[in-house]
Design a protein around this ligand. Structure first.
Ligand code: ADP
Ligand code: MG
Ligand code: ZN
Length: 610
């Protein structure tokens, strides 16, 4: 409707400007005087006509008086000027006496156009409007009709974006597993001849950014089959009942082009446990999920259609999805280890000019916990830094800066802090760093800074030396003490009355660790090795309520006590360290106030010497 109004507006404006041009172009000569033919005959008889211009059926006669009056006379169609004027009984010599007699030939196109334009113009205008209106109505219709169809994107011919296993670094086990799928798709007959059933579904599970989408694309690229890509959230859109029909359409399309891959990204959006929720949108989701199950059961196993789905929340998936005959193959993709990280860095460094001092192996060592997507982002940020500095190559300095940017957000050098705030930040960060240094289960401190980053006023960067698989109680406890180090330092130096709002996120971190220890990891003696609160999700009024209580009120009290106990213990230990090492903390603060940032080497020196 809005479009229609807009179009009308445009037509109106065009008409207006045409009219304006018209009137401008004709207003530069004198207004002719419109008269009847009798007057013209009179003037010709009086020899007062200087020139006559005949344009079609209009005659312009200029008189030879002072102000050269122009007369405009209309003549009939079908007769020439001479015929008409002779018909009025004007003698021949009088006509020949007119000094100038021009007849513009207006036959042919121009003539007809001139004659028809007044009638044609409105017809064209109205026709155009009707055309525009119908087209718009059709457009609305079309999108409503296409609603039940899946918006799946098929990209087989897209050679430029084609991915292969070469584009996926590391993830060896996952690739091996998927290699088999590629084989199924390439020669399904080989397997059916042997009486083997080809799997229908493969579920890729792993944290965000570990390359699940990338791997699915690579499978399609390797097998060279059509690839239908749809995201779970795209199923659930606007109209009830659409999700299910989209699923049907998607499977039909794939079956027609078999062998083919259907890739359902983020399947947890539709594949959550059924019956867990309250409220209307759930029925829609359930219907969609049911339709997926029906379709997967419906097609012949050796048709050559394989459904690949990806999720980072396998725990919330409906068990019906995981049953044999559906997504019975499961491929777990983990965060890359050091070797894999180096390979991923190599893949993404290919098109970037790196300076000699950039050592990707070293970079891989410095980035434990980074996913493939993080690493890609890291090199991209480094390249952007290099461009901003007008350099031709990406140097180590750019790469190191971007590690911190990816971890902690952009630096805020321009933020102006008062001396008081600066000192407070310095004590806060020194508190973290000193506790982290002297408790032996904390990761080594790499950098301390009082330059703001992201939300934080300053930061202490600590990172493990190698990849850590399991975390122990001792590690949890030391890390909690380190997290509270900033808070404790502020309290020691400024007293209870001057605590700042700075440490709020530290308190949250510490509380979450304590909670996880007690509820999930069985690390509390009093509560024992039990899981408290099933990690089941419910969606109620569009809000996710995470933990469901599966324990009594009495236990809840005990849990609270345990969490408080752990936090108190952590804060006591932090205080012990900071009291004992107060000189070193002061030395670090002095250094921070001078240079704002202290790197690992310098930091260790201060910690060892004071
Ligand atoms: P996910 O689907 O698991 O969230 P993606 O497949 O979307 O992650 O990965 C995001 C990006 O990260 C990819 O486009 C790719 O550039 C990069 N990436 C992730 N894992 C790898 C890997 N193993 N090798 C190369 N690049 C990777
Ligand atoms: Mg993805
Ligand atoms: Zn802090």
């Amino acid at each position: 409707m809005k479009n229609l109004i807009k179009n009308f507006g445009i037509v109106f404006l065009v008409l207006l400007s045409m009219a304006a041009i018209w009137s401008f172009s004709s207003s530069d000569n004198k207004e002719p005087e419109v008269v009847g033919f009798n007057r013209l005959v009179e003037e010709v008889n009086n020899n007062t006509v200087k020139s006559i211009d005949v344009e079609g059926n209009i005659i312009f006669a200029t008189l030879n008086n002072e102000d050269e009056t122009v007369l405009k006379v209309q003549k009939e169609y079908g007769q020439t000027f001479l015929e008409v004027i002779e018909g009025y009984g004007v003698p021949k010599e009088k006509i020949e006496a007119i000094p100038e007699l021009k007849v513009k030939d207006q036959s042919g196109f121009a003539f007809w156009l001139g004659a028809l334009a007044p009638y044609l113009f409105p017809i064209i205008l109205i026709g155009g409007l009707i055309f525009m209106m119908t087209r718009q109505v059709q457009g609305v219709n079309k999108s409503a009709m296409g609603f039940g169809q899946s918006a799946a994107k098929q990209n087989k011919t897209d050679e430029k974006n084609k991915k292969t296993f070469k584009d996926v670094a590391g993830a060896l086990e996952a690739k091996e597993e998927l290699e088999e799928i590629v084989d199924f798709l390439r020669n399904p007959k080989k397997f059916s001849d042997m009486g083997a059933k080809i799997p229908k579904g493969v579920l890729l599970m792993g944290p965000p950014g570990t390359g699940k989408t990338l791997l699915a694309k690579a499978v399609a690229g390797e097998a060279d089959v059509p690839f239908f890509h749809i995201s779970g959230s795209e199923f659930v859109e606007m109209f009830v009942g659409v999700g299910a029909s989209r699923v049907r359409d998607l499977f039909n399309k794939a079956k027609k082009t078999a062998p083919a891959i259907i890739f359902i990204d983020e399947i947890d959006a539709v594949g959550r446990k059924r019956g867990a929720g309250l409220g209307g949108s759930h029925d829609e989701r359930e219907q969609t999920l049911n339709q997926i199950l029906v379709e997967m059961d419906g097609f012949e196993p050796n048709l050559g259609v394989i459904v690949i789905a990806a999720t980072n929340r396998p725990d919330v998936l409906d068990s019906a999805l995981l049953r044999p005959g559906r997504f019975d193959r499961r491929v777990v993709i983990e965060k890359p280890d050091m070797k894999d990280r180096e390979e991923i860095l190599n893949v993404h460094a290919k098109d970037k000019p790196l300076a000699k001092d950039v050592d990707l192996k070293n970079l891989a060592e410095r980035t434990p916990g980074f996913t493939g997507a993080d690493l890609e982002n890291l090199l991209n940020e480094a390249a952007i830094f290099a461009v901003r500095e007008g350099k031709k190559e990406v140097s180590e300095e750019h790469v190191l800066e971007s590690i911190e940017k990816v971890l902690l957000g952009p630096q805020k050098k321009s933020r102006i802090m008062t001396e008081k705030d600066k000192e407070m930040t310095a004590y806060h960060e020194a508190g973290h760093a000193v506790v982290g240094h002297f408790l032996k289960n904390c990761d080594p401190v790499r950098k301390v800074s009082i330059i703001g980053r992201g939300m934080a006023g300053g930061y202490t960067l600590s990172m493990p030396e190698a990849d850590v698989r399991y975390r122990t109680i001792a590690m949890f406890k030391d890390d909690m003490a380190m997290a509270l180090g900033g808070y404790v330092a502020e309290k020691m130096i400024y007293g209870d009355d001057h605590l700042s709002t700075g440490p709020s996120s530290d308190l949250k971190t510490a509380t979450q660790s304590a909670k996880a220890m007690v509820l999930r990891y069985g690390m509390s003696d009093k509560l024992g090795p039990r899981n408290y609160g099933e990690n089941e999700e419910m969606i109620f009024l569009a809000q996710e309520i995470h933990e469901k209580k599966n324990y009594s009120e009495k236990t809840a009290e005990l849990i609270d006590d345990e969490i408080n106990g752990l936090i108190e213990e952590a804060s006591r230990r932090a205080k012990e360290v900071l009291t004992k090492e107060k000189d070193k903390m002061n030395a670090l603060v002095a250094k921070l106030l001078k240079t704002e940032t202290v790197e690992q080497e310098e930091f260790n020196k201060i910690m060892n010497e004071g």
